[in-house]
Ligand binder design. Structure first.
Ligand SMILES: [Zn+2]
Length: 105
């Protein structure tokens, strides 16, 4: 039995998670505390981490230290802003913390 057998089934190494430092490195701070993503964007202009996850969710998780509930949406006026402080998930929207509601539903 070779030692390498032990590694079969251990599986793929998970991708290295983004840290806040990585996040800051790939964003530009704008006046008003907004942040713009310097990495990839979808054709609709949605900032992407390079996988299927949007930068909104990444930023939210890094800022609030928990998984977002439901959709993460911006609460500020800058389109596609990725500043964690300017994002809200469903829980925050329902608790009324998230600024003006624009959507009709
Ligand atoms: Zn903003």
């Amino acid at each position: 039995m070779s030692a390498s057998t032990l590694w079969i089934g251990v599986g793929k190494t998970p991708p290295r998670p983004y840290t806040l430092a990585d996040f800051y490195e790939q964003t530009t701070l704008l006046p008003g505390g907004h942040r713009r993503w310097l990495g990839r964007h979808s054709r609709q202009g949605v900032p992407l981490t390079g996988r299927t996850e949007s930068v909104y969710r990444l930023s939210f998780r890094l800022t609030y230290d928990r998984e977002p509930d439901g959709y993460v949406r911006g609460t500020c006026t800058l389109k596609h802003c990725v500043a964690g402080e300017h994002l809200a998930d469903r829980i925050m929207r329902q608790s009324g913390n998230a600024g003006a509601e624009v959507a009709t539903q």
